[in-house]
Design a protein around this ligand. Structure first.
Ligand code: 5GP
Ligand code: MG
Length: 189
């Protein structure tokens, strides 16, 4: 058995904070048509917990993005979308973590083209001092230091998503072998 990873945010802290976010979000949409769109795969837990703290009616959508942060172009493509028609509906786009901001900026632009009634963004985590492109989140769960984190939906090579808390992946677990940030590889989110 390997040693457990150091916990950064406990399951209890997440539960409390998601409740607080729900309390901020709910009054903005009361009685209005809302679709909450989770960015796959990292936002799954956040999506599942958040929607259960909001009283509907609301619809759930999913959208997939793939990025290649390691290449010079930093290409990001929008993959499968399962979200129905959002025209005339409010959209709240959810992601697990706001790092450089590239993913969200791209998906915000994509969603805008679908002509929702309004578009807001919620992220569970925001890495301090890392945002490189102009994108703002309307709701942020936790500000975190510049560490690679896993758990509560976030992965490292598709592992650790199942953890109920957010943990730090120690640098020696990835830097020695690859010399790269873990997400410098082609990544599914
Ligand atoms: P951005 O486009 O903002 O640089 O990166 C956002 C995406 O990169 C996130 O949705 C997530 O999939 C991935 N990512 C960025 N930082 C981390 C991290 O610390 N841990 C994990 N597991 N994924 C991350
Ligand atoms: Mg993600």
């Amino acid at each position: 058995m390997s040693r457990p990873l150091p916990v950064l945010i406990t399951a209890d802290q997440i539960e409390r904070r998601v409740g607080e976010l729900a309390a901020q979000i709910a009054p903005l949409y009361r009685g209005e048509p809302l679709t909450i769109v989770g960015i796959l795969t990292g936002s799954l837990m956040f999506l599942a917990d958040l929607v259960r703290r909001l009283d509907g009616p609301l619809r759930i959508g999913l959208i997939q993005a793939s990025s290649y942060h390691g290449t010079q172009s930093g290409t990001l493509t929008v993959g499968r979308e399962i979200q129905g028609d959002v025209r005339g509906r409010h959209v709240l786009l959810l992601d697990d973590i706001l790092d450089t901001g590239q993913t969200l900026r791209h998906l915000v632009e994509h969603m805008r083209q679908l002509e929702p009634r309004s578009l807001r963004v919620a992220v569970l985590l925001r890495k301090q001092g890392k945002q490189r492109v102009e994108v703002s989140a309307d709701f942020v769960g936790f500000e975190i230091p510049d560490e690679f984190v896993v758990g509560y939906g976030l992965d490292y090579n598709d592992e650790y998503r199942y953890l109920p808390h957010v943990a730090v992946l120690p640098r020696e677990m990835y830097s020695e072998r690859s010399g790269m940030e873990p997400h410098a590889n082609p990544a599914r989110h």
